[in-house]
Write a protein that binds this ligand. Structure first.
Ligand SMILES: Cc1cc2nc3c(=O)[nH]c(=O)nc-3n(C[C@H](O)[C@H](O)[C@H](O)COP(=O)(O)OP(=O)(O)OC[C@H]3O[C@@H](n4cnc5c(N)ncnc54)[C@H](O)[C@@H]3O)c2cc1C
Ligand code: SF4
Length: 735
């Protein structure tokens, strides 16, 4: 249904007949004591159309009071035009024009507000100051007979808010959504920082209620969200998971270039697929979107962090020993196991051979994997990798799974369900205890409720078929933010700095972001039996986390490339703006290097964890707030270089030709699938965002439970540490 929006706006100020320039007219009007008041009613018949139309033209009607001529002079025509471009590229206009008659004569009152791209916070004056001229005649081509400056004061703004009507909107939620949509467009930072933070309570008092829909709302369903939702539901709490991504089924996994590969934060109604890749200066971050979060895309490595990781930077309660029982629980839930020795993929054997060749065979470790293996699987069967060899079974949570056939597709979804992903264990267990999962619910805001207990969570439901976003909200006593490192940082930064709904969040929010030092170096071999498209994506490590090589802590892993992704790479590179992400793989494929002769040496390193996430504002309409990552490689360079040097050493020791990509040698660009930090645990809000229980300083009942609470790089795959922390957080939450 078409939603309209109308509001009344009263602007008043000094005005003088005889003046032709607004500033001079204001001065003259002040001296002579004359004021002009415009009582305008703006009407946007189709709000979505108005916002989408680059001209942003609406209707204006109203009355004018100007005692020298008369009061309550009714306008017979009017123009409202938001953000009309001006000759100056740093300037846009808001146009308010009313035509009226007085004494049988036509007059035209023409006002414009200048919205300038100035540094500093001057939007309030920009958008509340109307430079006005009065023309004789039916439009502004007539001679100017008066001028002045009208303004909208704070009290008038309150009046404006109370006059907003949204015909066609669906109930209170629809009304709030329509107002918010127009408000953010109309006033950008002014709306978010000033109106909502100062008058949000006033708005919501009128428009919402405080009753609870759930005991707990969990935002996100990855390692933090699935674990906390499950354990809190087991305690008897009424839990709802709000997850932005789809509930993926095997038949929907992306395979073809035209499938739903991409998630776009800018346009989730259109792009709500598997991978979310964010690009920042010198850093790209990959994450998954869907029920099960990163477990859907991850390479199944479910490993504990090393004791050194807990030696500093954590609250005193979090130690390696304290996390042991939780590590234990998570390993049982995901039924971790190593690749059986009778079915080691060729790349695993190459890793072992390489470690031995450099005299460090003791550092080679098979990894704990969240994968179900069949002890009878054999690489020697003719059609070994076909799905028909997967043995079906029902897991401990009543879910149908199958055993691994080493097809290598882990990162793009396992079609035989051999991977023990969260949608097959923690999430069904949560549902068996009454938890409700709402996929395609993108959370945008958290606001404390008025009585001081509980929170309101606003979201957009994604209508995939209709390619639309439908606003809604739910209230709960407790909220667990588990939107992943990128999602939780962004959500909380917006709540603090854009909407002002959580203004007292720690100044440490966004500080201490880490890429976990990930790097991939492909090496080309003369032999063609490496085949990184076979076997689980990662299977083993060569452990240098003791800092014995170049004084840096890191570990090396075997990378894998899904066979199907290999076929799709070319198409993805051409068809999508994110295609540059695949550039180095694409160039190998294009050069006809057979993938069977490529070893993707992978690994992580303990970087400096000194990234800073920030929210900045565009100075041009519609004044969007954008997340920026300030990332300085300088302090992390040595750790990443040590990992690369080891890749080179291992390649050369086994007859491979390492190809360190120019994205590192020249540009020092990194890509990480393991972002951490930004909402890290601390002793107080002076040094952290949450305490050791995951509870946000200053906001009782609001928790963060995901990779963002980890204060520094762990230098290895982090999902088990995230899950263990989430187990502990859930255990300490009282029903
Ligand atoms: C290709 C790849 C391979 C990986 N391999 C491994 C591995 O082998 N081992 C390992 O330990 N780690 C691996 N990782 C990293 C691992 O996936 C993450 O560390 C882990 O998933 C983080 O858990 P989390 O709970 O912090 O967030 P996530 O698991 O990312 O979960 C966050 C969830 O929140 C949702 N969300 C985000 N914003 C919102 C919002 N506003 N509203 C509602 N929902 C929202 C997301 O869609 C997501 O489902 C890999 C990552 C990638 C990309
Ligand atoms: S290799 Fe990965 S995707 Fe293929 S069957 Fe095994 S677990 Fe599943």
């Amino acid at each position: 249904m078409t939603v309209s929006l109308t509001f009344k706006e009263t602007m008043a100020g000094h005005f003088a007949l005889g003046a032709t320039d607004p500033t001079a007219g204001e001065k003259l009007g002040k001296e002579s004591g004359f004021n002009l008041t415009m009582h305008a009613e703006v009407s946007l018949v189709d709000l979505d159309k108005f916002l989408a139309d680059p001209l942003h033209l609406g209707g204006l009607s109203g009355t004018i009071d100007f005692p020298p001529m008369g009061t309550n002079m009714v306008a017979h025509s009017g123009v409202f035009n938001l953000f009309k471009p001006a000759d100056d590229p740093n300037l846009t206009y808001m146009i308010y024009e009313l035509g009226f008659q007085h004494g049988g004569q036509d007059y035209y009152l023409a006002g414009h507000k200048d919205v300038r791209d100035d540094p500093g916070f001057d939007l309030w004056s920009d958008t509340t100051t109307l430079y006005t001229t009065l023309h004789q005649g039916k439009d502004k081509t007539g001679p100017v007979i008066g001028a002045g400056i009208l303004t909208l004061g704070v009290m008038q703004l309150l009046d404006l808010l109370s006059t907003v009507k949204t015909p066609g909107a669906d109930g209170i939620q629809g009304k709030v959504a329509a107002i918010a949509k127009f408000g953010s467009f109309f006033a950008g930072k002014l709306w978010d920082s000033y109106v909502v933070s100062k008058f949000g309570k006033f708005l919501y008092d009128k428009l919402s209620d405080d009753s609870f829909d759930y005991d707990v709302l969990v935002i996100g369903s990855g390692f933090g969200g699935a674990v906390t939702a499950c354990r809190l539901a087991e305690k008897g709490m009424k839990v709802c998971i709000l997850e932005r991504g789809r509930r993926w089924e095997v038949k929907d996994y992306p395979r073809d270039p035209k499938d739903a590969w991409w998630w776009s934060n800018e346009n989730p109604a259109e792009h709500n697929g598997w991978i979310d890749i964010r690009s920042y200066p010198n850093m790209a971050v990959a994450q998954c979107s869907g029920v099960g979060g990163g477990s859907l895309i991850y390479a199944n490595i479910f490993v504990e962090a090393k004791p050194f990781s807990f030696e500093s930077g954590w609250p005193k309660e979090i130690t390696y020993e304290a996390l042991q029982p939780y590590y234990e629980k998570t390993g049982q839930m995901l039924n971790v196991q190593a690749v059986p020795d009778n079915q080691l993929p060729p790349k695993t054997k190459l890793m072992k051979e390489a470690a031995e060749q450099i005299g460090e065979g003791h550092r080679f470790l098979k990894m704990p994997l969240a994968v179900s293996f069949d002890p009878d699987f054999s690489y020697n069967r003719e059609d070994a990798f076909e799905d028909k060899h997967s043995k079906p079974f029902i897991n401990a949570f009543g879910q149908q799974q199958g055993t691994c056939v080493h097809c290598g597709n882990c990162d793009i979804g396992c079609q035989v369900k051999a991977r023990n992903t969260l949608d097959l264990n923690y999430i069904p267990l949560a549902e068996q205890h009454g938890a409700v999962v709402k996929p395609l619910h993108l959370v945008s805001r958290i606001t404390p409720l008025h009585n001081g207990v509980g929170y309101r969570v606003d979201f957009d439901r994604i209508d995939v078929e209709g390619k639309a976003l439908i606003a809604g909200h739910l209230n709960a006593k407790k909220v667990i933010v588990a939107a992943g490192t990128m999602g939780s940082n962004e959500l909380l930064l917006r709540c603090r700095d854009e909407y002002g709904s959580l203004p007292n969040l720690s100044p440490m929010l966004g500080v201490g972001w880490s890429s976990n030092g990930d790097f991939l170096t492909p090496a080309v071999y003369k032999r063609c039996d490496i085949d990184p498209t076979r076997g689980p994506t990662i299977t083993c490590s060569i452990d240098y986390l003791d800092g014995s090589f170049e004084g840096q802590r890191f570990w090396v892993q075997d990378g894998g490339i899904p066979n199907l992704l290999k076929d799709a790479i070319g198409g993805l590179g051409q068809d999508h703006s994110f295609g540059h992400f695949f550039t180095s793989l694409n160039s190998l494929v294009k050069n006809d290097t057979p993938l069977s002769s490529v070893m993707p040496w992978f690994g992580q390193a303990v970087d400096a964890s000194n990234g800073v996430f920030k929210l900045t504002r565009s100075w041009m309409p519609p004044f969007r707030h954008e997340v920026k990552l300030e990332w300085d490689i300088e302090k992390s360079k040595a750790a990443v270089q040590a990992l690369i040097d080891m890749h080179i050493k291992l390649s050369e020791a086994t007859g491979g030709e390492p190809m360190v990509p120019p994205t590192w040698t020249v540009l020092k660009n990194l890509v990480t699938p393991h972002p951490l930090g930004g909402c890290h645990m601390g002793e107080s809000s002076a040094d952290g965002v949450v305490d050791h229980k995951g509870e946000v300083f200053g906001y009782p009942g609001l928790y963060v439970a995901d990779g963002s609470i980890i204060p520094k790089a762990v230098g290895l795959n982090p999902s088990r540490t995230i899950a263990a922390l989430a187990e502990r957080i859930a255990e300490l939450i009282e029903p």
